[in-house]
Ligand binder design. Structure first.
Ligand code: SF4
Length: 488
């Protein structure tokens, strides 16, 4: 690509352009019917180039490199850590979520310091090991997904190489989570890297004063490097250029997070960097962005709650405004849960509603005369129904119909939930062997399918219209189960 030419965004890329660069032998080695089908998957980021075995041959070297360039994300994807706990940051293809799905949800790193005691001695004191255990153990199940924290940022507050090395060693022994090593002193950083480099931590950070030493460390230990230039985008870009020329390829950019009066500058800086990368094709700014809501704790004059609250809203704003990695301090549920739920929603593909596996669920200890209910596989619907049934301690069966993650009312309107689908789900579930009756309770919002469903099911099945809201299930069953003669 020539200088000044802006790279096509993912939404402008056509499968034909990609197809023309593929071998076009239709050999099916990639698992697709033909090269065109593979090209469509590549454009939709549902496949990667390495799946095309033909393309790996020497004769296609030029096409391969053109394809790599064509498909490269505007923001480079960088891996921190190793093995199954490694995190991928960046890899963003677009600026706005409505243009294309966001990839690589923003990992959240929680800080520890090298001056923390290994174990707290006083009840008010938190030890390093206790804090790591809390970070590791932080989990919340949200509509069937476990939301967790992702990384540990080891900060050197001692500025002493031996102290930092010892703390990093203790952290390495205590957890396999990916690490960020935080100090501006290259000697202290090296002490940490000597023991941690095999775990590929992020080096945080290179500045205008220490960039050469930090670059040497990044190259020597093969670790990604963060670049820090607070509120100075010109300097950040120039450092990025210098470090790339020096040979450091895996960079992350930190334009500074100002949790107080500088918050508007912070958001503007993040936005301008991402715009330059995605809309302007600026490769020097095409790296993942680090936000540090932890700065809310610096010189905080209010209460701890004030600082934590500030940290939470800065984190939420930065998740929405392009941060690819966050460093935070608060571990309280009231700070982290809204942030994690927000992250989950920002990074959920809006084209694919969150769904659960369809099929038959069993609650309590139902017998052959227990009720059979039905719902759709939209996660929010399913977990609400599940919670209402469990709360009431009802013994029953629940058939979950695959409506492609659409809720009951919309699924009926859009014909994702039809009499045919219900009948098919009932037959496939094997429920007929478990119960001695033929009554199916459908949600009140699917009432208009009752007649058709009875016809589809045939064989004397009766459909009972249940409550519109699943909170009404216990009361409904109390009054209507077992069904009397002529009901349904
Ligand atoms: S492996 Fe490559 S050449 Fe073969 S069908 Fe797939 S895309 Fe085409």
């Amino acid at each position: 690509m020539s200088e000044g030419e802006v790279k096509k965004s993912v939404t402008e890329l056509s499968p034909i352009e990609v197809y023309m660069l593929l071998p076009r032998t239709n050999c099916k080695e990639c698992g697709e019917e033909n090269c065109m089908a593979f090209a469509v998957k590549l454009v939709n980021r549902e496949a990667t180039l390495d799946k095309c075995t033909e393309l790996q041959k020497e004769e296609y070297r030029e096409s391969r490199s053109k394809l790599e360039e064509l498909l490269a994300p505007a923001v480079k994807e960088i891996t921190i850590g190793v093995g199954s706990r490694a995190v991928k940051v960046g890899g963003k293809l677009v600026m706005y979520r409505h243009e294309f799905t966001y990839h690589n949800p923003t990992p959240i790193a929680i800080d520890v310091t090298d001056e923390m005691p290994l174990k707290g001695v006083y009840s008010s004191e938190e030890g390093l090991l206790e804090r790591i255990k809390k970070i590791e153990g932080f989990t919340y199940n949200y509509i069937g997904r476990d939301l967790r924290l992702d990384m540990i940022a080891v900060r050197s507050t001692s500025n002493d190489p031996a102290t930092f090395k010892s703390a990093v060693e203790n952290v390495l022994k205590a957890t396999e989570m990916p690490l960020i090593l935080c100090t501006f002193d290259p000697n202290v950083m090296e002490a940490g890297l000597v023991v941690a480099h095999e775990r590929r931590p992020l080096i945080y950070a290179a500045t205008k004063d220490n960039w050469r030493e930090m670059a040497e460390l990044a190259l020597m230990y093969k670790c990604p490097l963060a670049v820090f230039a607070p509120n100075d985008l010109k300097l950040l870009r120039s450092l990025s250029k210098t470090l790339l020329e020096y040979g450091v390829e895996d960079l992350l950019l930190d334009p500074g997070t100002f949790a107080g009066r500088g918050l508007s500058d912070t958001i503007n800086n993040f936005t301008m960097i991402r715009r330059s990368a995605c809309k302007g094709g600026d490769e020097l700014l095409g790296f993942p962005l680090i936000g540090t809501p932890i700065t809310a704790w610096i010189n905080s004059e209010g209460s701890k709650e004030d600082a934590a609250w500030k940290e939470a809203y800065v984190a939420a704003m930065l998740i929405a405004r392009y941060a690819d990695l966050l460093i935070m301090h608060s571990l309280e549920g009231w700070v982290q849960l809204p942030v994690l739920v927000w992250r989950f929603n920002v990074y959920t593909d809006p084209r694919k509603p969150v769904s659960v596996e369809p099929g038959l669920r069993v609650f309590g200890e139902p017998d052959e005369s227990s009720p059979l209910l039905l719902t759709t596989n939209y996660a929010l619907t399913y977990f609400t129904v599940e919670s209402d049934i469990k709360k009431a301690g009802v013994d029953c069966y629940l058939t979950v119909v695959d409506t492609e993650g659409i809720s009951v009312e919309s699924a009926v309107a859009g014909r994702y939930l039809t009499a045919e689908k219900i009948a098919e789900a009932i037959k496939e579930s094997g429920i007929e062997k478990k119960i001695n009756h033929k009554y199916l309770i459908i949600p009140g919002l699917a009432a208009r399918l009752s007649g058709e469903t009875e016809e589809e099911l045939g064989d004397e099945w009766r459909v009972i219209v249940g409550p519109k809201d699943s909170s009404g299930i216990p009361g409904f069953l109390k009054e209507n189960w077992p069904p009397g003669e002529g009901e349904g």
